[in-house]
Design a protein around this ligand. Structure first.
Ligand code: ADP
Ligand code: MG
Length: 247
């Protein structure tokens, strides 16, 4: 097993009578992509929102980078090393690609434990933005106005903006949504590049991408985990085949 960066145990989230997430545990490890799949309404986005602190769990706990972060605000969880992309974009469309990434790098709140980081210079911020731009494969588009970039490039930019805050854990909710084949292939390449330095939770419907990228795979249906394991184990699971993959 690789270094565990996030461990969520027995998370449940109730909305009135509905358990949108029901007793779900996930572990995210450095250098691994953990994919979560399941039909619409399965609870995948709710799970993502619990891990990022955008929603508080009804029960269960989340340990991130060695700290129990259950009930923390999203800002504090982000300072503890978690980054997420939102389906609703944070991109400032009149600015260039580079300016957006640079602003994201600058906006990173200093980590409470590190006085050194608080003193980080313009040069550090530029270097962080430059690294994020390169990882996201957008060096060639740095001077493009964000609003004129293609859908795929805007999704890459969102990820670059998240990377600019230097998270160790990344939560990505359907990063390939709405993409054509070429755009999807570029995004898969991007995710392969960022994998070594990060622990990634990937919610995704595109099964080609999931099976190309995932080291671990969790299948959710109606808020519950019906299977979890390596992609090969999950593919062979009879419950999954009848309940979800439709094979
Ligand atoms: P998925 O991302 O897998 O499609 P969601 O996590 O978005 O699923 O939703 C899971 C279930 O929880 C759905 O039945 C949805 O209607 C419900 N749900 C999600 N968010 C809320 C909310 N804020 N209030 C009430 N019900 C919600
Ligand atoms: Mg969703």
């Amino acid at each position: 097993m690789s270094e565990v960066l996030l461990e969520a145990s027995r998370l449940t989230k109730r909305f009135g009578g509905l358990a949108a997430v029901n007793d779900v545990s996930v572990r995210l490890e450095l250098g691994r992509i953990h994919a979560v799949i399941g039909p619409n309404g399965a609870g995948k986005s709710t799970l993502t929102n619990l891990l990022s602190g955008d929603l508080a769990p009804s029960t269960g706990s989340i340990v991130l980078g060695g700290a129990d972060v259950t009930g923390w605000t999203p800002e504090r969880i982000s300072r503890q090393g978690l980054g997420r992309s939102y389906q609703k974009t944070n991109i400032f469309l009149p600015f260039t690609v580079w300016e957006n990434v640079r602003l994201a790098a600058q906006s990173r709140a200093p980590r409470a434990a590190s006085w050194l980081r608080r003193a980080s210079s313009f040069a550090d911020t530029n270097a962080r933005a430059e690294r994020a731009l390169e990882l996201a494969g957008l060096q060639g588009r740095r001077d493009a106005i964000a609003g004129t970039a293609s859908h795929g490039e805007q999704r890459q930019l969102e990820i670059a903006m998240t990377l600019a805050t230097e998270p160790r854990v990344l939560l990505l909710d359907e990063p390939l949504a709405g993409m054509g084949t070429a755009e999807a292939e570029r995004m898969v390449g991007l995710l392969q590049r960022i994998k070594p330095g990060h622990a990634v939770l990937l919610v995704e419907h595109d099964m080609d991408a999931v099976f190309a990228l995932a080291d671990r795979l969790t299948v959710m249906v109606n808020g519950q985990v019906i299977a979890s394991g390596t992609p090969a184990q999950v593919r062979a699971d009879a419950n999954v085949q009848s309940a979800y993959l439709g094979e």
